[in-house]
Write a protein that binds this ligand. Structure first.
Ligand SMILES: [Zn+2]
Length: 313
């Protein structure tokens, strides 16, 4: 089956709110400043258009993959994404979704860049993109590189969240994607780079948590790399600091299934965790120490039977 082209007609003003605007979550590149791809290829650096990968297709539950290189369902990367879907549903107490998340996997970076330059001119350079179009198609674009596993986990997390929820606040979308991109049999492993930088910033007095500010951010362009770190840390804090904070996050996600604007999460969190910022500072400062790996709390809520039956390999 030939892949459906994304609604490129809806992508002419990526920062515009409204029915014609796509929603995108983009993968941040280490050490990459905000240099636009367009700066390097404005006026079409490439002389020909390139299409979407379509030689091979693969379907695995919600994952619909199109690629020009043959990838078997049994490939570890595909198996990992299937496991991720189950982990997310179980960890976040969300029902398993059915809406497809279409992944366009280019064979190499050049073909990926050529396609994005043509279809989404002006998009900043990123290793991967998740794009939700006005028609609510959920698409991931990336290429087969050294960090494909991590990139796909991050973007597929976006896709699965958007498939299940009516809305995903930007900071929470990125925080959860950063949380689940760290591989492992148990979700919640420490992102060492984030943990070390945050702990260092706390020690130097260079950073203070500010969830209210994060919740205020609406445009992905407004999120700096430090904001991704903080979003990850808040998610990790909620999931692992106490059963009460974990429940606040799970309840919030339940609300987002039907209510696109359930209000500030910080207020709910402060109600169960007084002196919230101080607690968060202490949590972040201790992230490099022992005791946080794989910590989890049993859910008090009912889970879908199919999810409960899953055991992690
Ligand atoms: Zn992202």
């Amino acid at each position: 089956m030939k892949p459906t082209s994304p609604a490129s007609c809806c992508l002419t003003s990526i920062a515009t709110e409204g029915p014609g605007a796509p929603r995108l979550r983009r993968r941040e590149l280490l050490g990459l400043l905000a240099g636009l791809w367009a700066a390097g290829c404005a006026g079409t650096k490439y002389t020909h258009r390139i299409g979407l990968p379509q030689s091979h297709s693969l379907k695995a539950e919600q994952l619909q993959l199109y690629s020009d290189i043959k990838i078997e369902k049994e490939h570890p990367v595909i198996q990992d994404l299937q496991r991720l879907r189950l982990q997310m549903a179980e960890t976040l107490d969300l029902p398993l979704g059915t809406k497809p998340v279409v992944v366009y996997l280019f064979s190499n970076e050049l073909e990926y860049k050529q396609y994005l330059d043509t279809k989404f001119p002006g998009f900043p350079k990123r290793r991967a993109y998740f794009i939700e179009t006005a028609g609510k198609d959920l698409s991931v674009y990336t290429w087969w590189g050294d960090q494909i596993g991590e990139d796909l986990r991050h973007e597929y997390t976006h896709g699965l969240l958007h498939a299940s929820l009516t809305n995903v606040p930007l900071w929470l979308d990125e925080g959860l994607a950063e949380y689940f991109e760290v591989g492992g049999s148990i979700p919640g492993q420490i992102n060492n780079e984030h943990a070390q930088l945050l702990a260092s910033d706390v020690q130097r007095g260079a950073w203070r948590p500010d969830l209210a500010r994060l919740e205020y951010l609406e445009e992905v362009q407004d999120m700096a790399r430090a904001d991704y770190r903080e979003a990850w840390a808040w998610v990790h804090f909620m999931m692992h600091s106490s059963p009460d904070t974990r429940q606040v996050l799970l309840d919030y996600l339940q609300d987002l299934r039907t209510d696109p604007n359930p209000g500030p999460l910080r207020d709910r969190l402060s109600a169960v965790a007084p002196q919230l910022d101080q607690r968060m500072l202490g949590y972040v400062a201790s992230l490099n120490g022992p005791g946080h790996w794989g910590v989890s709390f049993p859910s008090s809520g009912a889970r879908p039977t199919a999810v409960r039956a899953v055991s992690h390999p």
